[in-house]
Design a protein around this ligand. Structure first.
Ligand code: DGT
Ligand code: CA
Ligand code: CA
Ligand code: ZN
Length: 574
């Protein structure tokens, strides 16, 4: 499937045009890139079935972009991309994954210092070469060095959101092969862990060697480590390893249990088996040589006297005890959300109109969507001041008339200033349906200052939701130093809701903080932080994150229908 390749090329085209400071094009390519990455269907199939017209139906794809997709599908390349790439033979995706590095700097780095990738960059930083570049200095140089180190600490693990769509694509392709009966993604991906070391796939097939052959020869494969009749281990060109194991139908459940992990969970479960006089491995649960259970995970756990823990919580972190007592919580389900509460429109740094966002949210079955554009002190996004916000509210009233099934909530992602005040006047905040606020600057304050700043903001009676409470960006930016326990306590005291930001780069709050909030009785919401229509589909990442934090439906207030949801907000509006 060509989806990921095309998405990556469009991402690079966006950056390449950004370097040239071309208007409009960067946004257009970026939009198309993320839209295509999120497609479930094979783009080549879409094209085969409906030609250019069908491609244009993909959100964010207009005529021009559709023609470039056609060119790629027909010729295996996009000339425009090759031409631009000749001028800048740089690994843009790799370099821009470092905090502090964007297209403009990449251009300078290449034209002045011939830096093409992270290893070139690291050398240059160590030699102190960066600080002499225009608009650079020792401070930025140090920040970039920190970014490089942070990336290395990550140990080359990929963010879940980079890998899951791709793993699903491989699964879909395998399922189409003749003789393949079932395919499951196992390992950390099935547990929705926030970063992924490698991809583990299990399959049942009538012709295992043929299925393995197919896997080993996929165009995405860069290197084959091992290729047997039932097992293939490869490195993909994108830099991550992937394993395929074809297992017998009779023992599929045992294999799935084993390869889902995590390892600590498996070790404990195996101990329970031994205590009962059994043996457990990837082929089944045995009493002597006799198979007791193997076909499904459920029958294995049942024979061990346990409930089956959902994969998301298999971490040997309390789930085994709960499963033995038959007291596992009923986790929030993937269909339980009624609305999205953080979305940015083209009034600031989002790429779609309010109407487009609402239309897609309505199609997804949401009852409500909050439009939360940035506010004035985030000047680079064109953030709203009071006047602009009032204009937007009036506009939403107009747009609302076109919708009967979804309520467009007037909202904002208000900026928390250094002293903990909000950058929009209370009289205007009072007019919004729901108010979110977040820290977007001064990440380096001391723990005390940062904590006090956030807690003071939560004391504002108009503030309903604290957005992305720790500010981390996976593999890119550490959380700011904040006393999260104190924040959770303040949330309880002030009735402030904490966000689980579902954006796969954020996943903020993270699992352990979600658990702490739930235990403290603090309510949360799950929302996407979408900056475009395709990103509205990120909710599932947030739901997984909430499940990893053991949340039930009642812990998450945007599982409530509109009226009850509004009632659950802070005092002043009640
Ligand atoms: P990753 O790949 O680092 O993101 O994390 P996992 O959990 O996918 O780990 P991986 O790919 O090394 O192994 C997949 C699963 O196989 C793992 O979750 C549990 C199981 N497994 C691997 N090694 C062992 C082991 O030594 N003992 C047991 N009991 N299970 C293991
Ligand atoms: Ca793995
Ligand atoms: Ca593995
Ligand atoms: Zn934004």
């Amino acid at each position: 499937m060509k989806n990921q390749e095309i998405s990556k090329i469009f991402f690079e085209l966006a950056e390449l045009y950004d370097m040239k400071e071309a208007p409009f094009k960067p946004r257009a390519f970026e939009k198309a890139s993320s839209s295509i990455a999120n497609l479930e269907e094979d783009i080549a199939d879409i094209y085969k079935k409906g030609g250019l017209r069908a491609l244009e139906n993909i959100p964010g794809v207009g005529r021009g972009i559709a023609e470039r997709i056609e060119e790629y599908l027909k010729t295996g390349r996009i000339k425009e991309y090759q031409r631009l790439k000749r001028d800048f033979p740089v690994d843009i995706a790799e370099l821009s994954s470092i905090e502090g590095i964007g297209p403009k700097l990449i251009k300078v780095l290449y034209t002045r210092l011939r830096i093409k990738n992270i290893s070139d960059l690291e050398k240059a930083v160590k030699q102190g070469k960066l600080r002499h570049l225009p608009r650079m200095g020792e401070k930025l140089e140090a920040k970039i060095m920190k970014g490089i180190e942070f990336k290395k600490e990550g140990g080359g693990r990929f963010a879940l959101g980079e890998i899951l769509p791709f793993a699903r694509e491989i699964k879909a392709r395998l399922l189409k092969l003749k003789g393949v009966e079932a395919v499951e993604i196992a390992g950390s991906l099935r547990r929705w862990q926030e970063t992924i070391g490698d991809v583990d796939i299990l399959a049942i097939s009538e012709d295992p060697p043929k299925t393995c052959d197919y896997f080993a020869k996929m165009p995405e494969v860069g290197h084959v480590y091992a290729h047997g009749d039932t097992k293939v281990l490869v490195r993909l060109k994108m830099g991550i390893d992937a394993d395929l194991r074809v297992v017998p139908k009779e023992s599929f459940g045992a294999a799935l249990q084993y390869f889902t992990g995590n390892k600590d969970h498996n070790v404990e479960v195996r101990k329970i088996a031994i205590k009962k006089g059994y043996k457990l491995n990837e082929y089944g649960l045995f009493k002597g040589k006799k198979i007791i259970a193997a076909r499904s995970e459920e029958e294995i756990y049942e024979k061990l006297g346990m409930e089956t823990p959902p994969p998301e919580i298999r971490l040997n972190d309390g789930e085994i005890e709960a499963a033995l007592k038959h007291q596992l919580p009923k986790l929030i389900g993937y269909d339980d959300l009624k609305g999205d509460l953080q979305t940015q429109s083209d009034w600031t740094d989002g790429s779609n109109s309010i109407e487009e966002l609402a239309r897609e949210a309505e199609k997804m079955g949401h009852e409500y969507i909050a439009i939360t554009d940035h506010t004035k002190s985030l000047a680079m996004t064109g953030g709203s001041d009071e006047k602009k916000l009032l204009r937007q509210m009036a506009e939403i009233d107009k747009i609302q008339k076109k919708f009967s099934k979804i309520k467009i909530l007037k909202s904002a992602e208000v900026n928390i200033m250094k002293n903990g005040s909000l950058d929009i006047a209370n009289e205007v905040l009072a007019k919004l349906d729901v108010v979110g606020a977040a820290v977007h600057s001064l990440f380096n304050l001391s723990r005390n200052e940062q904590t006090a700043r956030i807690i003071r903001a939560m004391g504002n009676p108009h503030l309903d939701i604290l957005f992305h409470p720790t500010g981390r960006i996976i593999n890119r930016r550490k959380p700011y130093d904040v006393d999260i326990e104190a924040v959770i306590k303040a949330a309880k005291r002030t009735g402030t809701i904490l966000e689980i930001d579902a954006h796969p780069w954020r996943l903020d709050l993270k699992d352990e903080h979600i658990k702490m909030s739930r235990e403290a009785g603090v309510k949360m919401v799950i929302d996407t932080d979408a900056h475009s229509v395709p990103e509205l589909h990120y909710l599932e990442y947030g739901i997984a994150q909430a499940r990893r934090g053991w949340c039930a439906k009642k812990d998450i207030i945007n599982t409530l229908p509109l009226k009850e949801f509004l009632k659950a907000l802070k005092k002043v509006r009640k």
